[in-house]
Design a protein around this ligand. Structure first.
Ligand code: SAH
Length: 213
């Protein structure tokens, strides 16, 4: 699994593109500049790893578009040492971005094939999430709650109640909400029962499905 000067050069260009598209969080841009995204995709797709596009991974799923990863992470306002719950591990690329930024990461995936693949892969390239969970993200992961941040990387038809309850006071959840098209939504928990919601434009995600398989 190599990462040579050519990949590094392409990554730098991708970061320039993300800057032009409006990403300003330097920690997010640094993480993207560091992580060998091509290694998260099947080898046949190496040439596509550093264009700003989503791409197929195993089990009919996609690795999110770099801009989307960057924007969602920026909206999460990650700080070093934050405890983050990710819903939809997929390729593990978003997980790696969070780890690169110094977060402590728990991530849930409902597709067993992807879960197993990514669990083996991430440590191979030096990324160690606190825990990868095979389960249903609608339930969250109560055992380790509350979380400073929750990031949902699939399109959710509604806000799962358990995720709201697992958010720390002062914590933020970034969740694309909707069916065919999703609105990127940030929910901040300001008190035990006080949640503030803000919206940040349209995106298209694969759906957040119930149960695991
Ligand atoms: N963060 C991933 C994005 C993958 S796409 C990456 O960087 O590659 C969204 C992922 O969410 C898919 O892997 C899909 O299987 C998963 N998913 C869908 N519904 C889910 C659920 N209820 N619980 C956990 N994961 C789910």
């Amino acid at each position: 699994m190599k990462d040579d000067f050519k990949h590094k050069g392409l990554r730098k260009k991708l970061v320039d593109t993300l800057r032009l598209k409006g990403i300003t969080d330097e920690n997010v841009l640094d993480a993207i500049n560091t992580i060998p995204r091509h290694l998260f995709m099947d080898s046949g797709f190496v040439g596509h790893a550093y264009v700003d596009k989503a791409f197929p991974i195993a089990a009919d799923q996609t690795i999110s578009q770099p801009y989307t990863v960057a924007r969602q992470t920026e909206l999460l306002e990650v700080e070093k040492g934050d405890k983050i719950l990710e819903i939809g591990t997929g390729s593990g690329y978003q997980t790696a971005v969070l780890l690169e930024m110094g977060a402590i990461v728990y991530s849930i995936e409902r597709q067993n094939e992807l879960f197993k693949k990514t669990k083996l892969f991430l440590p191979k390239i030096g990324y160690r999430p606190k825990k990868l969970i095979f389960g249903d993200g609608y339930q969250g992961y109560e055992e380790e709650a509350p979380y400073d941040g929750i990031i949902v990387t699939a399109g959710a038809p509604y806000v799962p109640k358990s995720l709201l309850s697992q958010l720390a006071i002062g914590g933020r959840m970034v969740i694309p909400l909707g069916d065919a098209v999703q609105i990127m939504t940030v929910i901040t928990r300001e008190g035990p029962k006080k949640f503030i919601k803000k919206e940040y434009g349209e995106y298209r995600f694969v759906p957040l499905l119930e149960d695991k398989n």
